[in-house]
Ligand binder design. Structure first.
Ligand code: ADP
Length: 791
C-alpha cells in the first residue's frame, strides 16, 4: 500500500506522444517537393525553399516559391472558374462546401499532426481547437451558400479574391478565408505563409478528392514577394489579408485606386482587465489561455494584463504558482502546454524586445527558465510593473510574454486599455455585470470577451478597430465582405475633377477683406467660422455669373473641424431615439424651407425649377429615412457556443470625413451625412466644390434642429485638397469620398497612416436611388461581445 501511495505522490506526467506515422509517410511521398495547386492540379515543383519543424530544427519539406507567372496562372484559373461557380445554385455550392467540411473533419488527426509538426503548436491545441474550428467554418458557410441570394438581396459576388494568411493558425486562417469567399460565389487564390504552407497543400488535395471544380480554389506558396505579386495583380477583385500591421499598411497603399475591395486583420496588443471583484482563479486560467495559447503567437493575445491594484498581489501570486505547472516541450506530446516558436527569426524578435525591456530595468518572472536544447523555444514569462510607455507595453511581442500593470479606477482601466494604436480584442474580468458591459462598451476593440478569452466561432465576426484593421471574418458581417452591392458597381467617373480654376462653376480665390463680406463661412463646432486662409472663392452659376461666395478652407480648418467633431463624441452615446428625433427635426426644418433651397439649386446649378424641387423633396425624404433607421439598424445575437451570448453591436466609427460629389449637391450631401450621424458618428463634411451653397445654407437648418455643436462640421473649398487632409488625419476614423479616380486613389493611399476605413467611389452615382442599409453598414463597425452564463 505504502508503495502505491508513494507513486501517487510523486506521479508526474509521462511522455505521451501523438503518432506522426501517417504524416511521415505523406511527407516522404512528397520528398521531391510540392508544386502549387492551380486549376485543380499540382504544378511541377520549382524554385524550392525549405520548410522546417521548429520544435526540432529539422527540414520536413520543400515547397515552391511562387513567381508572378504562377500568380498570373492561378488568377487566370480563378477568373475562368468564377462565372460558372457563381452561376451554380446556392444548393450546389453548398454541397461542395459540406464535402470540404466533411473531408477536413475525416482527416482531423492527420491535419492536426501535420499542423503541429509544421508550426510547433501543441497537438492539444491543433487537435482540439484549430482543426475542428476549421471544419466548423466550412460547415457554417456551407449553410450560407444556399442562403446567400435570399439573405443578401441586391448583391453579387466580388469576383476573384486574393487571400494572404499568416503562420500562426495556418489551416484555420485558410478556412476563415476560403469558406466565406466560396459560399458567396467567389473563387480564390490563396497564399499561405512561407513558414507553414503544408496544411494548405493537404487541403488542396482534399479539394481534388471532393471534386471541387478546377480553379475555384488555387493555392500558390511562397514568401512576401509572392504575396506582393498577388496584391499587384490587376485582375484580382478583392484582397483579404491577415498578418502584421506593417504589411497591412503596405497592402493598403498598393491597392489604393485599384478598385480592389480590401479587408485587413492585423496586429494587436489586447488588454486583459481584471477587476478586484473578479473570480481570480478563473482569471488565472483565462490568462493562461490568453497569452500562453499558441505560445502567445496570436494576434488577439491578451498580452497586457491590467489588474486592479487591490487584487494585483493575489493575482500575481496565483499566476506564478500556475506558471510552475506549465509544461514546455515537444508539441507532439499530448500533455505539452507550450510548444515551439514558429521560426528562429521570430524567436530572435522576441529576444530582442525582451533585451530592450531589460535595458528599461524591467524584471521578468519565469517559473522555469529551462527549455529543450534543440528547436525554437521561449519560456512563459511574466513582467510586472510595466509602465504604459515601455516598449513591452506598446509593441506586439508575439510570444509567450505577459506584461502587467495596475490600475486604480474603472476609468483608468479603460484609459489604459485604449492606450494603444491597436484595437483587436479585450478581455474583461468582473463578477459585476453592469461594470462588465460598461467597460466592454467603452473599449475600442472589435471583440470583447467577458470572463472568458480567445473565444471564436464561425457564426461571430472577428476583426479589429483602428490599426488592427477593418472588415470582419465570420458570421453575417464577415460574409458581406465577399459581396458587392449591384448598384454601386457603376461607371467610373475619371473626367470630373472638382478643382478650382479648372471647374466651370468656380472662379479664382479672392481676399475676404476686399469689399463687403457676403461669404458663406465655414461651419465648425456649431458656429460659423471664417476660413483660416482669409480667402473665399466665387461660386458661379452655369452662365458664369457670380452666384455667391464660399470660404476657401484649408488644412487648418479641417484640423479645427476634426477637433470639434472629436469633442462631440457624446453624440455616439446618445440614445438612438434621441438621434432619430434630431434627424426628424432636420428633415422638418429642411421641408419648411423647401422653396428657398430649390431656388438656390436652380440658381447655382441651372437645374429646372422642377428638377430642383425634386432634389429638395428627395433630400427631405432621405433625411426622414435615416431618422427612421437611427433606432432600427440593430445588431444581433449570434448563435455561437453553448452557454455564451454573443452580442454583435453596431458601433459608430467616431469621427468621419465625408467628401461630397458635384452632382446633386444637396441630395448627395444629405445622403452621405445623414446615415453617418444617424449611426452616432460626428462628421467633417466637404460639400461639392462647384456648388457648395446649398450645403452652406444648411448651417441654419442644423442650428435650428438641435444638432449638437460639432456633430456636423462643414468645410468648403477644393474638395480634393481637403480630402487629402482628412485622409491623412490620425483623428479621423473613416472617410467616405465621392469624386474622381485620382481623388479616390489618393484617399485610399493616404488612409494607410492610421489604417482608417475608406469608402471611395469615382462612379457617377444616381443619388435619387442610392439609399439604405449599405450606408448604415459602412457607417458602423461591429463589436462582438462574448458573455458567458451559468455558474
Ligand atoms: P507575421 O508577422 O504574422 O509573419 P506578415 O505580415 O509578415 O506577418 O506575414 C503574413 C503574410 O503576409 C505571409 O503570408 C507573408 O508571406 C505575407 N507577406 C509578407 N510581406 C508581404 C507583402 N509585401 N505583400 C503581400 N504579402 C506579404
Amino acid at each position: 500500500m505504502g508503495v502505491i501511495k508513494d507513486i501517487l505522490r510523486t506521479m508526474d506526467y509521462g511522455p505521451s506522444p501523438e503518432s506522426s506515422e501517417h504524416v511521415g509517410v505523406w511527407l516522404e511521398e512528397h520528398k521531391a517537393g510540392f508544386g502549387h495547386f492551380i486549376n485543380g492540379v499540382f504544378t511541377k515543383p520549382s524554385d524550392l525553399f525549405d520548410v522546417f519543424n521548429p520544435a526540432r530544427g529539422e527540414r520536413i519539406a520543400r515547397v515552391s516559391q511562387g513567381s508572378p507567372a504562377d500568380i498570373d496562372a492561378a488568377v487566370a484559373a480563378a477568373r475562368k472558374a468564377q462565372g460558372k461557380w457563381a452561376a451554380l445554385s446556392g444548393f450546389e455550392r453548398s454541397k461542395h462546401l459540406y464535402a470540404l467540411a466533411r473531408h477536413v473533419q475525416k482527416r482531423e488527426r492527420f491535419l492536426s499532426v501535420l499542423e503541429t509538426i509544421d508550426n510547433g503548436k501543441p497537438i492539444r491545441e491543433s487537435r482540439d481547437i484549430d482543426i475542428p474550428l476549421a471544419a466548423r467554418h466550412f460547415y457554417h458557410h456551407a449553410g450560407w451558400a444556399s442562403l446567400i441570394d435570399s439573405e443578401f438581396p441586391g448583391t453579387k459576388p466580388v469576383g476573384v479574391c486574393g487571400q494572404i494568411i499568416p503562420w500562426n493558425f495556418p489551416l484555420l486562417m485558410l478556412a476563415w478565408k476560403i469558406a466565406p469567399a466560396l459560399a458567396a460565389g467567389n473563387t480564390v487564390v490563396l497564399k499561405p505563409a512561407e513558414f507553414t504552407p503544408l496544411t494548405a497543400l493537404a487541403f488542396a488535395a482534399i479539394c481534388v478528392e471532393t471534386g471541387l471544380p478546377p480553379g475555384v480554389v488555387n493555392i500558390v506558396t511562397g514568401d512576401g514577394a509572392t504575396g506582393a505579386a498577388l496584391v499587384a495583380d490587376a485582375s484580382v477583385n478583392k484582397i483579404a489579408f491577415t498578418g502584421s500591421t506593417e504589411v497591412g499598411r503596405t497592402i493598403r497603399k498598393a491597392t489604393a485606386g485599384s478598385g480592389k475591395k480590401l479587408s485587413l486583420e492585423l496586429g494587436g496588443k489586447s488588454p486583459f482587465i481584471v477587476f478586484e471583484d473578479a473570480d481570480l482563479d478563473s482569471a488565472v486560467e483565462g490568462v493562461v489561455d490568453a497569452i500562453w495559447f499558441n505560445q502567445g503567437q496570436v494576434c488577439c493575445a491578451g498580452s497586457r494584463l491590467l489588474v486592479a491594484e487591490g487584487a494585483a498581489d493575489a493575482l500575481y501570486a496565483k499566476l506564478r504558482a500556475r506558471m510552475a505547472n506549465l509544461r514546455v516541450g515537444d508539441p507532439l506530446d499530448k500533455s505539452t502546454d507550450v510548444g515551439a516558436i514558429v521560426a528562429p527569426v521570430q524567436l530572435e524578435r522576441i529576444r530582442r524586445l525582451m533585451r530592450q525591456g531589460e535595458e528599461e530595468g524591467l524584471e521578468f518572472f519565469r517559473a522555469d527558465d529551462s527549455v529543450p536544447d534543440r528547436g525554437c523555444f521561449y519560456p512563459p514569462t511574466l513582467v510586472t510593473g510595466v509602465d504604459p510607455a515601455s516598449v513591452l507595453a506598446r509593441e506586439e511581442i508575439f510570444g509567450p510574454v505577459l506584461v502587467a500593470t495596475t490600475f486604480r479606477t474603472p476609468d483608468e482601466a479603460v484609459a489604459l486599455a485604449n492606450n494603444t494604436r491597436y484595437g483587436l480584442a479585450a478581455s474583461v474580468w468582473t463578477e459585476n455585470v453592469n461594470r462588465a458591459f460598461e467597460v466592454a462598451a467603452r473599449i475600442k476593440a472589435g471583440v470583447v470577451w467577458i470572463n472568458s478569452t480567445n473565444m471564436f466561432d464561425a457564426a461571430a465576426g472577428f476583426g479589429g478597430y483602428r490599426e488592427s484593421g477593418f472588415g470582419r471574418e465570420g458570421g453575417r458581417e464577415g460574409l458581406s465582405e465577399y459581396r458587392i452591392a449591384d448598384e454601386l458597381k457603376s461607371k467610373p467617373n475619371s473626367s470630373r475633377a472638382p478643382r478650382l480654376n479648372a471647374s466651370p462653376g468656380v472662379s479664382p480665390a479672392r481676399n475676404l477683406d476686399e469689399g463687403p463680406d457676403r461669404t458663406a463661412k465655414l461651419y465648425i463646432g456649431g458656429k460659423q467660422a471664417r476660413p483660416d486662409s482669409g480667402y473665399s472663392y466665387a461660386v458661379l452659376d452655369p452662365a458664369g455669373r457670380e452666384a455667391g461666395l464660399a470660404g476657401l478652407g484649408n488644412r487648418k480648418d479641417i484640423r479645427n473641424a476634426v477637433e470639434a467633431a472629436a469633442k462631440a463624441s457624446s453624440w455616439g452615446a446618445a440614445t438612438a431615439h434621441n438621434r432619430a428625433q434630431v434627424l426628424y427635426y432636420v428633415a422638418e426644418n429642411l421641408a419648411a424651407r423647401q422653396s428657398e433651397f430649390a431656388q438656390r439649386l436652380s440658381a447655382t446649378t441651372g437645374a429646372s425649377a422642377r428638377a430642383a424641387r425634386a432634389q429638395v423633396d428627395a433630400s427631405i425624404r432621405r433625411a426622414f429615412v435615416y431618422a427612421g433607421y437611427a433606432d432600427k439598424f440593430d445588431g444581433a445575437v449570434h448563435a455561437t457556443r453553448s452557454r455564451f451570448v454573443t452580442i454583435a453591436m453596431n458601433e459608430p466609427w467616431g469621427v468621419m470625413g465625408v467628401i461630397c460629389p458635384d452632382e446633386a449637391p444637396l441630395l448627395a450631401f444629405v445622403s452621405l451625412v445623414m446615415p453617418a450621424i444617424a449611426m452616432g458618428n460626428c462628421v467633417v463634411a466637404v460639400p461639392s466644390s462647384s456648388h457648395p451653397l446649398s450645403a452652406t445654407d444648411f448651417y441654419s437648418v442644423l442650428e435650428t434642429s438641435d444638432v449638437p455643436a460639432g456633430v456636423v462640421n462643414i468645410v468648403t473649398g477644393e474638395a480634393n485638397v481637403l480630402a487629402k487632409t482628412l485622409a491623412e488625419h490620425d483623428g479621423v476614423d473613416a472617410v467616405w469620398y465621392a469624386g474622381d479616380t485620382d481623388g479616390a486613389a489618393r484617399v485610399e493611399a493616404l488612409s494607410a497612416g492610421n489604417l482608417k476605413a475608406t469608402w471611395a467611389s469615382a462612379a457617377t452615382i444616381d443619388w435619387a436611388k442610392t439609399e439604405g442599409r449599405e450606408f448604415l453598414r459602412r457607417a458602423t463597425q461591429v463589436k462582438n461581445i462574448w458573455t458567458p452564463y451559468g455558474e
